[in-house]
Design a protein around this ligand. Structure first.
Ligand code: FES
Length: 190
């Protein structure tokens, strides 16, 4: 079954049309975010269809998709929890925050997706908010100065179906919604 069809194919074509003739390939990122919003990650089929829309090869699209950690090529949970463990955050206890997040998410050892499919957890390099370390993002919305106890509370809230308020702005409903915002198809929830 196609990833882009009907209304979503129209949205994909509208994204391509935002760019001047001859520059259509600039739409690759929003197209990938659109595919991610539909399937909860970017599948092989989505890579192929984006390539077809842009007249590029699947390998060219994959080379872009695999570069960005905000594009998920692996099975992904309803929510993506990202813990910055780079220097400033590490100095303020980010490793303990990550370990608490791992325990609260009930993720099998060596995996990054919880068994109930609700949480994908991963470490990230500097997320550009060092003065608010340690920083955690939930579906790309930032939570500042997070302790192990606080990240546990946040993940428990997600597992109850709640959407915790971030430190700034408004949280997206989930990872798919955040991807749709990044595709420029809905207003920034912040
Ligand atoms: S080191 Fe964590 S936000 Fe910069």
């Amino acid at each position: 079954m196609a990833v882009f069809e009907g209304a979503t194919l129209a949205e994909a074509r509208a994204i391509v049309a935002r760019y001047p003739a001859g520059r259509e390939r600039s739409s690759v990122m929003p197209l990938l975010y659109l595919g991610q919003s539909i399937e909860g990650r970017v599948t092989r089929e989505a890579l192929r269809e984006v390539a077809e829309l842009l007249g590029l090869t699947t390998a060219e699209i994959e080379s872009v998709a695999s570069f960005y950690t905000m594009i998920r090529l692996r099975p992904t949970g309803t929510h993506v929890v990202t813990v910055c463990t780079n220097l400033a955050c590490a100095l303020r206890g980010a490793k303990d925050v990550y370990e608490a997040a791992h325990r609260a998410s009930d993720i099998p050892h060596g995996a990054e997706l919880s068994e109930d499919g609700v949480i994908s957890l991963h470490e990230e390099e500097c997320m550009g908010a060092c003065e608010r370390a340690p920083v955690v993002a939930i579906d790309f919305a930032y939570h500042d100065e997070i302790s192990p106890a606080r990240v546990t509370e946040l993940i428990q809230a997600l597992r109850r179906g709640e959407v915790p308020a971030p430190s700034r702005g408004t949280a997206p409903r989930d990872f798919r919604h955040a991807s749709r915002v990044l595709a420029g198809l809905e207003g920034d929830p912040a």
